[in-house]
Design a protein around this ligand. Sequence first.
Ligand SMILES: [Zn+2]
Length: 302
Amino acid sequence: MKNRFFHFLILILVALTTTSCKNISEVDKSNKKLLLVSFTVLEDIVKNIVGDEFNVKSITKPGMEVHGYQTTPSDLIKGSRAEVFIDNGFGFELWAEKFVSNLKVKRITIANNLKPLFIGEDAYKGKPNPHAWISPKRGIIYVDTLSRALSELKPQSKTVFKKNAEIYKNKLLEIDEDFSLFLNTLKKNQKYLVSCEGAFTYLTNDYGLKEAYLWPVNAESQITPKRMAKVINLVKTNDIPAVFCESTVSSESQLAVARETGAKFGGNFFVDSLSEKNGPASSYIDLLNHNLNLIKQAYSTK
Ligand SMILES: [Zn+2]
């Protein structure tokens, strides 16, 4: 009861501030119902399925940290007006449970329809790796899950959602097939994916690659000389041609691995967030193409 009172108080306070008034009118301008999404990658997938049928907004913005995001009173206002809250799950949005507990909103959690893969290390021991969208094969499951759930929400638009989902899935299938064909051309020593963060478990698992990383999920601070030495040894022993990092973290340690081993630094992947509009990964399709092209480019030259 006390909680609800404070929540109410916060809503009033926020409504009185100018910046938040802008946010409110943003939501109100459209007559369409609001689908509130946790992160930009998922926002783009949802938009591709619903077209003009809903107003779709992401809580976190391009380039933002998603795992440990702190929700704001303005997010709560959006949440209170949303038809549905859509999140990834598998513990990706550490803030999601608390956020929805303050709201009476329907929820679609993609992870409920996904088979988890585990990273099995440190804080993530026994917990699923949340970054399933990083594999185009799993991306297709995201689309099917959303198309089904949104059709239940708005049965009169079922045909539109289904048609949009088919078109979108074909684009993902094309990326999937193209990448599989490329991987067939690789030698055994190239079938590794060495990145900064352990965010590629679904990609490596789905495409017969081996994953190696400098630190597990969201634990940049855990980079130690021992971990560095382990990766350096792996790269040298297996003559791995390239190593990579992610756009949201520092590449310094991985550049050191490249220098030490003679492997090429293959560039930065996009994982948890899309880039800004003019960036290399401003849509989910672009994010996948950017990541897979980095692998292709780095592995084709050696
Ligand atoms: Zn992440």
